[in-house]
Design a protein around this ligand. Sequence first.
Ligand code: ADP
Length: 403
Amino acid sequence: MTMTAEPAAETAPAMRIRTSAGAPRADEPIQPPEPSAVVRVSSLYKSYGATSVLRGVDLSIHAGSLTAVLGPSGSGKTTLLRLLAGFERADRGMIELGGRIVDDARSAMPPEKRRIGYVPQDGALFPHLTVRANVGFGLGRSDRRSGRIEELLTLTDLDGMADRYPHQLSGGQQQRVALARALAPKPDLVLLDEPFSALDAALRASVRAEVLSILRATGCTAILVTHDQDEALSMADRIAVLRDGLVIQHGTAQELYDTPADPQLACFLGEANLVSATLTPNGCDAGALGLLPLRARSSCDGAATALIRPEQLAIEVCGDGDKTNRHDGCVSGRVERCEYYGHDMMLTVRPQADPAEESSPCLPDTLLARLPASTPLAVGTAVTVTVRGPVTTWESSRSAAAA
Ligand code: ADP
C-alpha cells in the first residue's frame, strides 16, 4: 500500500486590485472575488437556562454550496439550525441571510419570511395528505397551478407516486418528498437536520446520493447537520466542525482530514496514529519511523504529536530475520489484529525494537495500517512498516490542551 498524500498546494498566484479608474495598481495584489455569502453568522450565543450551547459561533456559507455542520451529539448542531430557521432566538450575535439581518438578538424575522426550506430528521410529512399535496403544501394557489409540483416530482423521481400517502412510501421515498416540499417555494437556503439518521444502513448510502444529486441539480445552498463523519466527508463541499459551542474548524473534507485543528478532531474524523515526535528544521523526527516531511511549514521546534493516517503506512510481509528491505524509518513488527472488510483491511501492528540497535528510538505501542483488499494477514505475521507522505503535527502543549 503506497498511497502518498501530496503536500498542500501553494497559494494561488496573487492578482491585482483594480483602482477606481478600473486599472490594476501595480503595487498591490488583486484578491480573487469573494463568492457571495448566503449565510453569515457572527458571534452567536444561545443558552437554555444554565446550559450554554452556542458560545460565539462564526460561520460564513457561500451561494450554491453544501456545508455539513458536523459534531458529536449534544454539540449544538440542531440549535444552530433552529436559530437559522427562526424557530429559536439568539441571545447575542447576529445572523444574516442573503444580505438581510434576520436576527440580531434584539429583533428577529419570523421563520416564514426567511426563505428557508427545512427537512427534518424523520421527514415529518403530513400523513393525511398525498405526495402531491405534501409537495405543494407551502405554495400559493398560482404556484400550485404553475406546474411547480410536477417539476419537483420529476426532479425527485416521484412522478408515479403523486397520489400515494406517506405510509405507502419507503423511508427513502419519504425523505425525497420532504426534500421536494422544502425546495418547492424556491428557498434561498435549505436546512437538512440529520435527514438520513432514521434510514437503515443499506438505504442510507443510496438516499444520500439521490439527495445530493437533487441539491446539485437545483444549485441551491444547503446546510446538512450530521454527527456522521463519513456522511460529512463524502457529501459536503465544506465542513464546519462544532465542538463545545464553537466552530473549531471550517474547510473542505480534505483540509479537515489531512490537517485537522487538533488531535481530538483528527480521531473524530477517522482512524489516526498519533505519534510522539520532535519538530526539527528538517522535518518531523518520528524516532524509529524516520524523519518525515511536514504538510505545513512549522516555525516551532521541540516536542510534538504527529498525525499519521492508516493509509500512509506501507506494509511489507517479511520472513523471520529477513533484513533485506530494512532502511531508515522502516520498523519491524507483528500483526496483532486484522480486520477484513473485503474492499480493504485494517491491520493493528505491534512494532518491535531492533535488537541489533543499542538504544532503539521510542516506538508507538501499536500502529494502524489500512491496506487495499488482499488475503487477510494472520495474527503474528512479521511485517515492516514505513510511513509515506507528509504529516501534520501539533506542538505537544497544544495537543495536550485539546486532549
Ligand atoms: P445536537 O444537535 O448537536 O445533538 P442540540 O442542539 O440538540 O445538539 O442540543 C445541544 C444541547 O442543548 C444539549 O445539551 C441539549 O440537551 C440542549 N437543548 C437543546 N434544546 C433544548 C431545549 N429546548 N431546552 C433545553 N435544553 C435544550
